[in-house]
Design a protein around this ligand. Structure first.
Ligand SMILES: C[S@@+](CC[C@H](N)C(=O)[O-])C[C@H]1O[C@@H](n2cnc3c(N)ncnc32)[C@H](O)[C@@H]1O
Length: 197
């Protein structure tokens, strides 16, 4: 008889990681790591390390030798987060895209999965995408957080159809409402592009 013996997942623990992510986004990110089985993940913008914990949880579940490199000029990983991910996660303190070369060196090769969640302006998201593209392996997925936020979505729309990129689409459209300068803004959402050549 053929059967698969999967390792259990403590989904409740993952959902409770303190991240700037909705539950659906945590599940989508975890599923992506489990499905793609990336060896080298890049996170642009890590803040308190909540998404980093989700990504590392996925790598631990895979039991591979995968690593996560996070780039942020002002990371704020609490001690317990640092402790729980330091066996796989490395931190580059700096700004994307300038710090991406160092992140690539730390990873030891081209990235297979990139989570873009740094500065949320149109130009910054474009700079992140253009900066990371030469550092990605064919078949890598680039996932943009807060894709429902207007400047981020405008950047993504201008990347769709560009050479080397295949439009994958939405992984999550669950929105987060956020007040900015007294105005309600929609955030949240995960959108994916695949590096095809
Ligand atoms: C929304 S938070 C990231 C949240 C994190 N990904 C999570 O889900 O737990 C955005 C972070 O991006 C960082 N950031 C801003 N500009 C950046 C840049 N140019 N490169 C990398 N990180 C940047 C900020 O310091 C902040 O910590």
């Amino acid at each position: 008889m053929n059967y698969y013996q999967d390792r259990p997942i403590d989904l409740n623990a993952v959902l409770n990681f303190d991240a700037f992510l909705r539950y659906a986004e945590k599940v989508a990110l975890l599923s992506l790591v489990m499905g793609l089985q990336p060896k080298r993940i890049l996170e642009i913008g890590t803040a308190k390390g909540g998404a980093a914990r989700v990504l590392v949880y996925g790598l631990d579940w895979l039991c591979n030798d995968g690593v996560l490199v996070c780039v942020d000029p002002e990371p704020s990983w609490p001690e317990e987060v640092k402790y729980s991910i330091q066996h796989r996660a490395k931190l580059v303190i700096g700004y994307s895209p300038a710090a991406l070369r160092e992140a690539h060196q730390m990873a030891g090769g081209d990235f297979n999965l990139v989570f873009v969640d740094g500065e949320h302006t149109l130009q910054a998201v474009l700079d992140d995408a253009h900066g990371v593209l030469p550092l990605c392996e064919k078949g890598a997925w680039i996932v943009f957080h807060d894709a429902l936020y207007h400047p981020v979505w405008t950047a993504i729309k201008s990347l769709i159809g560009k050479p080397r990129l295949r439009n994958v689409g939405w992984l999550s459209t669950h929105s987060i409402y956020h007040v900015e300068d007294g105005e309600e803004q929609t955030r949240g959402g995960l959108y994916c592009l695949e590096v095809v050549e």
